[in-house]
Design a protein around this ligand. Structure first.
Ligand code: ADP
Length: 657
C-alpha cells in the first residue's frame, strides 16, 4: 500500500511534468511565432508605408503638370520609367516618332536634291538645289533645305559656310511655337552644328557654348507650353551630347557642365518607357490592375515592375527595375538580421527577390508583403531548429528540477512513513508478545499459589512442617511476582521517561554487597557457588544506589536463571582506567553472537516458548541498559554458548571531584 502511495504520485508527477514540459515548449513556440508574425506585420506595414509616402510625394509634385514635366519629375525620383495616359485612357507620354505626322509633300519637294546628294554625290549641285528650296515660305521645308545645304557644304569641306547655314535653323526663334516636326528639325540642326563646331572650336568658343546650352535646353524643354521632342529623338540627342561632352576638353572647362548620371538616367528611362509602350499602349491594356499595386511586367536583364497610379482622373504607369522596386523592403533586412530567422521575399510569380536565396528546410512563417505588393510573400526560416528548445530551456529546467525535488521528497516521506509504519508494526508485535509473556509470567506463580493455598484451606496436609513448606512456596512465588511487577513498573516508568534517578556518592563495594545480599538466600537455596570479590580502596561513584543494585540483581538473577544445576556465579568489583567495573560471570548456557546483538532489546528472549523452564519477560537487560546509559556507563558481554557469560558494567568516576 505504502509503495503504491509513493509510486503512484511519483508516476503521476512524472506524467504531469512531461506534459508541462511539452506545454512549455509549445508555449515557447507560440511565443516565437507570435513575435515573428508581429515583426512581419510591422515590417510589411513599413514597406507599404514607404510606397504610400512615395506616391503621396509624387502626387504633390506633379499635380496639374503636363505629361512631359510629369515624366521628368518621375524619372528624377526613384523611378526607372513611366507611361502617362490622359483622362480618356490614351497615352500622352512617351511620345513616339510614329505618333508624329511628317508633312506628306516633303518627298516630292526634296526628291531631286536628295538624289543629287546621296546617289550622284554631287554636293555642290545639291547645295545649290537646297539653297533654292530654302527660300520657301514653309518653315518646315525651309529648315529641311537649310540642314540639307549645311550637310552638303560640310561634305564639300566648306565648314564656315556650313556652320552659318546650320545656325539659321539651330538658333531660329521658331522654336517657341512650332510644331513637333519643326522642333525635331531644330534639334537636329543643333546637334549637327555641335558636331561641326566641336571639331573646330578654336575661334568659335562662344558659339560652341551657346549651341551646347541650346541642345541641353531642347532635351530638358525648359520653355513651357512648347511642343516636345519624340522620346526616341530625345534619348538619341541626350546620348550624343554626352559623348561629345566626354570628348571635348573645351566644354568640360565651361561653367555649364553636364550631369552625366542624370543624363544616363533620362536616356534609360526614355528607352525603358518606349519599350513598355508596346505592351501598355493605352489604359485598356491594364485590366484587373488596381490602383497602387506593384506587378512584375517584364523580364529584361533585370525584372521590371510596374505600379499603376491613378491621379486626378489620369493614369500613370510607373516602372522600376527590380533593384529599385525592392528598395521599399529594406526594413526586412533590418528587422531580421540579428534574429533567429532568415527571411526571403518572393514576388507574385514566385521569383526570389531579396533575403536568403536558398534557405534550408520548410518556411516557418509565411506572410504577404501587403497591399501594394499583391501576391508577394515574405518567408521566415529557422536558423537553428533548436530555437524553441533554447527558448523553453529555463522553464523546462525549472520544471525538471522541481519534479525531481518533489519525487525525492515523496520518496523521503514514503521512507519515513515506511519506517514509522514498520516501527508501529514492531511495537504492536511487541505489545502482543508482552501481553502473552506477562499473562504467562503472572499466571504461573498465581496458579501455583492458588493450588498451595487451596490445599492448606482444605486441610490436606500431613503436619505443621508441610504447612510451613507450602507457605514458604507461596512466599517464594509472591516474591517472584513482586520482582516481576517491579520490573514492569520500572520499565513502564522508563518508557514514559518518568524514571527519576537520585544520584549520590556511594562506594561500589556497598552496591555490590547490597546486590549480593538481595540474591544470597535464593542462591544459597539453589546450591549455587557464589563468590563476591571486591577490590580494595575503590573510589566512590556518583550513582543512584537502588538503581545500580537493580542492575546487579538483574544480572545475577540472569546468571542464576541461565545456568545449569552446578552453578558457579561470581560478582567482582574493580577499578580500571578511571572507571569502576562490575563483573557478573557464570558458567551457564551462554549466548550466541546473534543473541548478544539483540539481548538488550525490550522483550527479547532467546527462548521464546511459553514452556521454557525459566521465568522472565525479556525486560531485565533492557532495564539494565537503560540505567547504565543514564549513568553514562557502558555494558558489555563476553559469552560463548555452553561455556558461560560475563557481563561487565563500567561506570565513570571522573565526574566526582
Ligand atoms: P528475561 O526476563 O527473559 O531473563 P532479560 O532481558 O533479563 O529477560 O534477558 C534477555 C535474554 O537474554 C534472556 O531471555 C536470555 O535468553 C538471555 N540471557 C540473559 N542473561 C543471560 C545469561 N547470563 N546467560 C545466558 N543467557 C542470558
Amino acid at each position: 500500500m505504502l509503495a503504491v502511495a509513493v509510486i503512484l504520485p511519483a508516476v503521476c508527477l512524472l506524467w504531469f511534468m512531461n506534459r508541462a514540459v511539452e506545454n512549455v515548449r509549445m508555449a515557447a513556440r507560440q511565443i516565437v511565432i507570435d513575435r515573428y508574425e508581429g515583426d512581419l506585420t510591422d515590417t510589411s506595414q513599413k514597406a507599404n508605408g514607404i510606397w504610400k509616402e512615395n506616391l503621396k510625394f509624387l502626387d504633390k509634385k506633379i499635380t496639374d503638370k503636363g505629361a512631359f514635366e510629369i515624366f521628368n519629375d518621375i524619372t528624377g525620383l526613384d523611378y526607372d520609367g513611366a507611361i502617362i495616359y490622359d483622362k480618356t485612357g490614351g497615352r500622352i507620354y512617351p511620345l513616339l516618332s510614329s505618333d508624329v505626322n511628317t508633312p506628306a509633300e516633303l518627298g516630292d519637294t526634296f526628291a531631286q536634291a536628295w538624289r543629287v546628294e546621296f546617289v550622284e554625290q554631287d554636293y555642290a549641285k545639291a547645295a545649290e538645289l537646297y539653297e533654292q528650296k530654302a527660300r520657301s515660305k514653309n518653315i518646315y521645308v525651309k529648315f529641311t533645305a537649310l540642314i540639307g545645304e549645311s550637310r552638303s557644304l560640310t561634305k564639300l569641306s566648306e565648314l564656315d559656310k556650313a556652320i552659318s547655314t546650320c545656325r539659321q535653323v539651330a538658333f531660329s526663334s521658331e522654336e517657341k511655337n512650332c510644331d513637333i516636326p519643326t522642333l525635331t528639325l531644330i534639334a537636329n540642326a543643333r546637334l549637327l552644328l555641335m558636331e561641326l563646331l566641336h571639331q573646330n572650336v578654336k575661334d568659335k568658343g562662344s558659339l560652341v557654348r551657346d549651341t551646347f546650352i541650346k541642345l541641353l535646353e531642347i532635351i530638358h524643354e525648359k520653355n513651357e507650353g512648347r511642343s516636345v521632342l519624340p522620346s526616341e529623338q530625345r534619348a538619341f540627342l541626350a546620348r550624343r551630347i554626352c559623348e561629345i561632352y566626354e570628348q571635348s576638353p573645351f566644354l568640360k572647362s565651361q561653367p555649364r557642365s553636364l550631369d552625366n548620371e542624370s543624363m544616363q538616367k533620362l536616356i534609360a528611362a526614355e528607352e525603358l518607357s518606349i519599350r513598355m509602350v508596346e505592351r501598355f499602349p493605352t489604359v485598356m491594356a491594364l485590366p484587373n490592375w488596381p490602383n497602387g499595386r506593384l506587378k512584375s511586367v517584364a523580364k529584361e536583364k533585370e525584372s521590371v515592375y510596374g505600379m499603376r497610379h491613378d491621379i486626378n482622373g489620369r493614369t500613370i504607369l510607373l516602372f522600376r527595375y527590380e533593384k529599385n522596386a525592392i528598395r521599399a523592403l529594406w526594413h526586412y533586412e533590418n528587422t531580421f538580421k540579428d534574429s533567429d530567422m532568415v527571411y526571403r521575399i518572393l514576388d507574385d510569380s514566385g521569383r526570389f527577390l531579396t533575403g536568403a536565396p536558398r534557405p534550408e528546410g520548410e518556411p516557418f512563417i509565411t506572410a504577404f508583403v501587403g497591399e501594394h505588393f499583391p501576391g508577394w510573400r515574405a518567408e521566415l526560416y529557422l536558423k537553428d531548429a533548436d530555437v524553441f528548445k533554447k527558448a523553453a530551456s529555463r522553464e523546462v529546467a525549472l520544471y525538471t528540477w522541481t519534479g525531481v525535488l518533489v519525487i525525492v521528497l515523496i520518496l523521503l516521506a514514503g521512507g519515513f512513513a515506511g519506517q514509522a509504519v514498520g516501527k508501529q508494526i514492531k511495537l504492536n508485535r511487541l505489545k502482543n508478545d508482552f501481553i502473552a509473556t506477562v499473562s504467562h509470567e503472572l499466571k504461573t506463580p498465581l496458579a501455583s499459589m492458588r493450588v498451595l493455598v487451596d490445599t492448606l484451606l482444605e486441610g490436606r496436609y500431613k503436619d505443621q512442617e508441610q504447612v510451613t513448606d507450602y507457605l514458604q512456596l507461596v512466599s517464594k512465588e509472591n516474591e517472584r511476582l513482586t520482582g516481576l511487577i517491579d520490573n514492569f513498573l520500572t520499565f513502564s516508568r522508563m518508557e514514559r521517561n518518568k524514571q527519576a534517578f537520585d544520584f549520590e556518592r556511594v562506594s561500589p563495594a556497598t552496591i555490590a554487597r547490597d546486590a549480593a545480599d538481595a540474591v544470597k538466600t535464593k542462591f544459597d537455596k539453589g546450591k549455587c557457588k557464589f563468590d563476591v570479590s571486591i577490590g580494595e580502596n575503590l573510589p566512590d561513584i556518583l550513582v543512584d544506589r537502588d538503581a545500580m543494585v537493580t542492575v546487579l540483581v538483574n544480572l545475577l538473577d540472569n546468571a542464576y536463571k541461565y545456568s545449569h544445576d552446578e552453578k558457579r556465579i561470581e560478582l567482582s568489583v574493580s577499578a580500571e582506567d578511571g572507571s569502576i567495573c562490575f563483573c557478573v560471570s557464570d558458567n551457564g548456557i551462554g549466548l550466541s553472537r546473534r543473541a548478544i546483538k539483540k539481548m538488550f532489546n525490550r522483550f527479547y528472549q532467546v527462548d521464546r516458548s511459553l514452556t521454557r523452564p525459566t521465568e522472565g519477560c525479556g525486560l531485565g537487560l533492557s532495564i539494565v541498559k537503560f540505567i547504565v546509559d543514564a549513568h553514562k556507563g557502558t555494558i558489555s558481554v563476553d559469552s560463548k554458548p555452553d561455556e558461560g557469560s560475563t557481563f561487565t558494567v563500567k561506570l565513570p568516576t571522573t565526574d566526582l571531584k
